[in-house]
Design a protein around this ligand. Structure first.
Ligand code: ADP
Ligand code: ZN
Length: 743
C-alpha cells in the first residue's frame, strides 16, 4: 500500500511512502508515522490511504513506524484540517500541529510500571525445596502469595531487600509473572479546582429549561447536523441545560466536547461539570494549559481509545479525537477568547460548528449576550434559537443604575474614582455583611501617565501605546512588549511636577476603596495576582467563605462567577471599551455590562449594579440597563447593515509589518492595486493604512481590510496571489480571516 503523508515541523509538501507488510494493519488515515525525509527523520500524518504516488514505485521509502495505537485524527478531524487550512489561509503542517498536542506528536508513550504476582502455586514439596535452596526466592514467593493483587516490582524488591535476579529466577520458572500497569497521571484525578464544594445532585428543571432540553434532545435523536443557540439571561440555568444534553449523549454511548472560553478562569464551572459526570461514572478529561506532557498524553489516549467520552476545555479541546462525537457545547459563545491570535487564526466556535457538521453532530452554542453573527444565523434559519427568559426560581435580574460621571467630576471639582452612589451602596453592603464586586474595564489601558500642565502622555518607545503606571514598584510598563522604566517624578516634556495618573488601574481603585471603607477586607484580582500560582483559586475560595468583603478585578475575572452573597456589583469605567477603533465596540460594551451585572443577586437577595460612565446616553448602556438584548441586537444589526459590516459581510484583515515603514507601505500599496485588478468585483478594499497600534516591538504595522460575501473563494485567490510575489525578508504579511480584534 502507498500512502500520502503530510510531514510536520515546517515541511509544506505532501510526500508518498510505501507501507511495509508488517505495518499494513496499523496504518490508518489520520495515523502519525515516523518517516525519513531526505536524510532526516521526521514525523508525519497519513492524509490518504491508497494514494497515487508522483514518483516511481521503487524510489518510495517505507514508513518506519506507527506512533500510536489510535489515529491522531478521526475522519471528521481530517476533513476539519483541510477546511481550516483553506478557510484560514494556514499551512497544513501548522494546522496539524495546532490540532495534535505536542506530547502526542513527540510519540511519547504512556508510562508503565512493572508489577509482580504469583503465577502458579507451589506444592508443599516444591515450597520446602525452594526454602532450602533459595531462601530469598522463597521469601519473595511467600510475600506475593499473601497479596490480593499484583504489587509494584520496585516496591517489593526494596522492601524485601532482594535484587532483580531473585525475581528473574522465579519469573524464568513461571512461578511468578510480571505485568505492565499503566500509571495514571491523569488530570481528571487531580483537585486543581481548589476544593470548591460542588453539588452534584441535579436540580429539577423548570418548564423553560425542560423545553430547551427537549428541543436539543430532539436534534440529538435525529443524528443529524444542527446548531442550537441557547440565548438565556444570566443565571437562567444554561449550564444545567448543557449538562443534561451531555448526559443524554453519554447515556447513549456517544461522546461530547464541552468548550469554555478559558479553563483557568472558570474553575467553578469545570468543577461543577466534572462533579456531575464523574458521579455518573464517566471519566472526564479536563484539557487545560497547566497539564504536564504526561497528563496530556494520558487524557488524549483516554479519549482516542474511547475510554473517556467527555472532555472539557478551552478552544483547542475542539480537536479532541473522541469516538462517535454527537455534541459540542460552546459556553459563552460570544467570547473573543475563542479566536486564536496566532497562525492558524481559527475561531473555536466556528470550528466547532464546522466539526459538528462533518460529524453529523449537534452544536449547542450558549450565551446571555450572543454574538451578532449567531443572531444573524438564527434569522437566516441556519440555527435554532432556544430561550431562557427568566432566572431560576424567578430570581430578579439585578437593577442597573447609571451614574453620569461628568456631573460627578463637576461636583467634586476633580477626578473621582468612586461616585457617591457607589460609595453609599458599598457602605450599606458592608453594614449588612453582604459582598461587593468592583470591576475595572481592563488593566493597563487606563493607568497611563498624563501631565496636568502640558497634556503629555508617556508612551512606550517601541510600541506607540501609553505606558502603564505601577505604583507598587514605581515603574511604567508597556503591556505589549514588556518594556519598563522608573516612573518619572516630573513631566518628561515640560518638567512640571504636576504629573497625574489618568484612568484607573485596579490598584487605584483599591486605594480609593481603602479611603472610604478602611475596615473592609479587600482583595484585588488582576493579571498580576493571577500570575502567582494558586492565588486566584485561593482568593475565590476566601471570597466564597466570606473572608473578603470587596473583590476588585478586571472584567476577565467575571466569567462564570456565581457567589450567592454578592448583592452589589460596580463597573467603574464603562466607557473604556467604547472608545476603541473597532466596529464591535458597542457590542463589547453591551456584553461587558450584561455579564458583569449578571454576577449580582444570584442568591436569595436581589442584586444591584452601579455603572459609572461619561457617556450615559450611549445605546449599549441604555439597552443593558433595561436588559433588552433583542432591542440592542435590532439597533446594532441595523447599524451593521448600513455599513455592511459583519455579520452582513465577512471581514479579512491583512497585516503587513517590518522595521522599515516606507518599504512596507510601498509593498502594501502595490499589493492593494494587484488585488483590486484581480478581485475587485468580489471585495471591497480599505487601506493600506497604519494600524491603530502603529509600532509593536520595533516593527511598524500597516493594514488592509477586505470586505466580502464569498470568504472561501476570496481567501483562496489571495493565497494564490501571495505566492506570485517575491516578498522581501523584512516584510512580513499575514491574513486574519474573521478577525475578532481590530487593533
Ligand atoms: P447560567 O449558566 O444561565 O448563568 P447556571 O446554570 O449557572 O446559570 O444556574 C444558576 C444557578 O442556578 C446555579 O447555581 C444552578 O445550580 C442553579 N440552577 C440551575 N437550574 C436550576 C433549577 N432548575 N432549579 C434550581 N436551581 C437551578
Ligand atoms: Zn512596548
Amino acid at each position: 500500500m502507498i500512502v500520502a503523508v503530510q510531514p510536520l515541523a515546517g515541511f509544506e509538501k505532501l510526500l508518498h511512502y510505501r507501507v511495509p507488510e508488517s505495518l499494513v494493519d496499523a496504518v490508518r488515515a489520520g495515523s502519525l508515522v515516523r518517516i525519513s525525509i531526505g536524510h532526516r527523520h521526521g514525523i508525519g500524518l497519513v492524509l490518504e490511504l491508497n494514494a497515487l504516488p508522483d514518483v516511481p514505485l521503487e524510489k518510495l521509502k517505507p514508513i518506519a513506524a506507527v506512533l500510536h495505537e489510535f489515529p491522531a485524527l478521526t475522519p471528521d478531524l481530517l476533513g476539519l484540517a483541510r477546511w481550516m487550512s483553506s478557510y484560514y489561509a494556514a499551512r497544513m503542517d501548522s494546522v496539524l500541529e495546532t490540532m495534535i498536542p505536542g506530547a502526542v506528536r513527540a510519540g511519547a508513550r504512556l508510562k508503565h510500571d512493572k508489577y509482580l504476582a504469583v503465577a502458579r502455586a507451589l506444592t508443599p514439596e516444591e515450597h520446602a525445596a525452594l526454602v532450602r535452596k533459595a531462601p530469598k526466592q522463597a521469601k519473595l514467593y511467600d510475600f506475593l502469595q499473601q497479596q490480593f493483587r499484583p504489587v509494584k516490582k520496585s516496591l517489593v524488591l526494596h522492601r524485601l531487600g532482594a535484587t532483580a535476579a531473585v525475581a528473574n529466577a522465579l519469573l524464568k520458572h513461571g512461578v511468578i509473572r510480571e505485568e505492565l500497569h499503566h500509571v495514571e497521571r491523569v488530570a481528571y484525578a487531580d483537585n486543581w479546582s481548589g476544593g470548591e464544594v460542588v453539588a452534584t445532585r441535579p436540580p429539577e428543571l423548570n418548564p423553560e429549561q425542560a423545553a430547551v432540553v427537549a428541543s436539543v434532545g430532539a436534534s440529538l435523536e435525529q443524528r443529524k447536523f444542527a446548531v442550537h443557540l441557547l440565548n438565556g439571561v444570566t443565571g437562567s440555568g444554561k449550564t444545567e441545560v448543557y449538562l443534561r444534553a451531555v448526559e443524554a449523549v453519554l447515556a447513549a454511548g456517544s461522546s461530547a466536547i464541552y468548550l469554555v472560553p478559558e479553563v483557568a478562569l472558570t474553575p467553578q464551572t469545570v468543577a461543577r461539570l466534572r462533579g456531575r459526570f464523574e458521579a455518573a461514572g464517566h471519566k472526564t478529561v479536563v484539557w487545560h494549559s497547566h497539564l504536564s506532557e504526561g497528563e496530556r498524553l494520558d487524557g488524549w489516549t483516554a479519549l482516542a481509545s474511547g475510554q473517556a467520552r467527555v472532555v472539557v476545555g478551552a478552544r483547542s479541546a475542539v480537536f479532541a479525537p473522541v469516538q462517535d462525537l454527537r455534541l459540542i457545547v460552546v459556553d459563552e459563545e460570544h467570547e473573543p477568547a475563542y479566536k486564536q491570535d496566532e497562525t492558524p487564526r481559527y475561531h473555536g466556535r466556528d470550528v466547532a460548528v464546522y466539526r459538528a457538521k462533518l460529524a453529523h453532530a449537534v452544536c449547542l452554542l450558549g450565551s446571555a449576550t450572543p454574538s451578532l453573527e449567531s443572531i444573524a444565523n438564527v434569522r437566516a434559519g441556519k440555527y435554532v434559537q432556544d430561550r431562557l427568559t427568566k432566572r431560576v426560581d424567578d430570581k430578579k435580574l439585578p437593577d442597573i443604575q447609571i451614574v453620569d460621571m461628568r456631573i460627578e467630576v463637576m461636583r467634586t471639582r476633580g477626578l473621582t474614582t468612586l461616585s457617591r452612589l457607589l460609595v453609599d451602596h458599598m457602605h450599606q453592603r458592608f453594614a449588612r455583611k453582604e459582598q461587593t464586586i468592583l470591576f475595572i474595564n481592563r488593566r493597563g489601558y487606563s493607568s497611563s501617565m498624563q501631565c496636568r500642565k502640558c497634556g503629555h502622555v508617556e508612551e512606550c518607545p517601541h510600541c506607540s501605546v501609553a505606558m502603564t503606571y505601577h505604583r507598587a514598584d514605581e515603574t511604567l510598563k508597556c503591556h505589549l512588549c514588556g518594556h519598563q522604566r522608573g516612573a518619572p517624578a516630573v513631566c518628561p516634556a515640560c518638567a512640571a511636577p504636576e504629573i497625574r495618573w489618568r484612568g484607573l488601574g485596579t490598584q487605584r481603585v483599591e486605594e480609593a476603596v481603602r479611603r472610604v471603607l478602611p475596615r473592609a477586607r479587600l482583595e484585588r484580582m488582576d493579571a498580576d495576582t493571577m500570575a502567582k500560582k494558586h492565588r486566584f483559586r485561593q482568593i475565590l475560595g476566601d471570597f466564597r467563605a466570606g473572608k473578603i468583603d470587596i473583590l476588585i478585578g478586571t472584567q476577565m475575572i467575571g466569567k462564570g462567577l456565581d457567589f450567592p452573597n454578592v448583592t452589589l456589583v460596580g463597573l467603574i469605567d464603562a466607557d473604556l471599551s467604547m472608545h476603541v477603533p473597532d466596529f464591535r465596540a458597542n457590542e463589547r460594551t453591551f456584553q461587558l455590562l450584561v455579564q458583569v451585572a449578571g454576577r449580582a443577586g444570584r442568591g436569595d437577595r436581589a442584586g444591584e449594579v452601579v455603572v459609572q460612565t461619561f457617556t450615559p446616553q450611549a445605546d449599549a448602556i441604555q439597552f443593558a440597563k433595561k436588559s433588552d438584548f433583542d432591542g440592542f441586537a435590532e439597533a446594532e444589526l441595523t447599524m451593521r447593515k448600513n455599513f455592511a459590516y459583519p455579520p452582513y459581510r465577512h471581514l479579512i484583515h491583512h497585516i503587513f509589518r517590518g522595521p522599515n515603514p516606507e518599504k512596507i507601505m510601498f509593498f502594501a500599496q502595490q499589493w492593494a492595486k494587484k488585488v483590486e485588478t484581480t478581485l475587485g468585483g468580489e471585495i471591497e478594499i480599505r487601506g493600506p493604512s497604519p494600524a491603530p497600534i502603529e509600532k509593536v516591538k520595533d516593527e511598524y504595522r500597516f493594514q488592509i481590510w477586505y470586505f466580502t460575501q464569498r470568504t472561501a473563494k476570496v481567501v483562496a485567490e489571495l493565497v494564490k496571489l501571495q505566492q506570485t510575489i517575491e516578498w522581501p525578508a523584512d516584510v512580513t504579511q499575514v491574513l486574519d480571516v474573521d478577525p475578532m480584534s481590530l487593533v
